[in-house]
Design a protein. Structure first.
Length: 329
């Protein structure tokens, strides 16, 4: 009986304690340290340029996620000038923000400066286009994997066994950019296994729609039976699509981009045949999460080497849904 009374009393105490918790709530012991680790910190974003879908989307997403946490977010816009971007990084190294987020123009130009920034105690997060220097974190596309995905789709669309003639053309961006250099590695990984496929042209349009249009028009004149173009950015490939339309030929245009509403519009009006989207809003969320993790961990800059690859989604006119593309609005 004594043991029973003891158990009953213990149960009563537990019930009373549970009732008190239910009434008063429980404080989250991790909450205060979380906000304290972020409050007053500074994040600086160096894009290639502002004013286009990718960088505007990343900036809006980061600002919306970071500023409510008490983090100061600022942008240093080099406006397509690699020299101005290098100067911006140099200035920031002296100013010592907590994190620099950088969209590299190519694999080499900022490499030394990014290491210098981390040596100075500044965390560096690279976005979508790698430098040859691996910093604390990279968030973006696995471009070797992208190249393999692109090449496999070209084989599916254009190989002779699938009813095509195997003739394809490639319109790159800047040759030394990660989106071009790494992607070509992935493309060649696949095409080396498919001798029936013939790359009749492979040229760089430097991310410029007018150059892409001129290149595509020339390629179509020289190869009137071309099966498909593979373009490396949908904004640039507006020009490629225009050249195809003006030629009156039925040529498959496979492109890629951040999934902005213009991509869905391009699929609807026939500018593109297929768009591989890497979802800019999702990337912005991942970048922001990576920043908050680095700030919470408090590790020395340059001691972690984390990659977070973005999921890829293929969109066609038949598969596009209202939620497939995003708008800054």
């Amino acid at each position: 009986m004594k043991n029973v009374r003891t158990l009953l009393c213990a149960s009563a105490v537990a019930l009373c304690a549970g009732a008190a918790v239910a009434q008063d709530g429980i404080d989250d012991a991790t909450r205060a340290p979380y906000y304290a680790s972020l409050e007053g910190k500074t994040v600086a974003f160096i894009p290639q340029a502002m004013g286009f879908d990718l960088t505007e989307g990343w900036a809006a997403g980061m600002r919306g996620a970071l500023e409510p946490l008490g983090i100061k977010f600022e942008i240093r816009d080099p406006n397509w000038s690699t020299d101005a971007g290098a100067q911006a990084i140099t200035s920031l190294i002296s100013e010592k923000p907590d994190v620099i987020v950088v969209h590299n123009p190519d694999v080499q130009s900022y490499a030394r400066l990014l290491k210098k920034a981390e040596d100075a105690g500044i965390h560096v997060v690279q976005v979508n286009m790698r430098s040859s220097y691996s910093s604390d974190a990279f968030v973006g596309v696995d471009y070797v994997g992208m190249g393999e995905k692109v090449a496999n789709r070209l084989v599916e669309v254009c190989s002779p066994k699938n009813g095509g003639n195997g003739k394809i053309a490639i319109v790159q961006g800047i040759l030394t950019a990660a989106a071009s250099a790494y992607q070509m590695k992935g493309i060649n990984n696949v095409l080396s296994q498919h001798p029936e496929m013939q790359v009749v042209a492979n040229q760089a349009a430097d991310w410029d729609a007018t150059k892409a249009k001129n290149i595509a028009a020339t390629v179509l004149q020289q190869n009137p039976d071309l099966c498909a173009f593979a373009g490396f950015w949908d904004v640039m490939d507006v020009g490629t699509g225009a050249a195809i339309k003006e030629s009156g030929k039925d040529v498959y245009l496979l492109t890629q981009g951040g999934g902005n509403e213009a991509a869905c519009a391009g699929l609807a009006n026939g500018t593109y045949s297929e768009v591989i989207s890497w979802d800019v809003p999702g990337q912005a969320r991942d970048i922001s999460s990576m920043i908050t993790q680095l700030l919470q961990l408090g590790t020395q800059a340059g001691t972690t080497k984390t990659s977070l690859f973005s999921p890829l989604t293929s969109l066609t006119k038949d598969t596009v849904k209202p939620s497939s593309c995003w708008s800054l609005n």
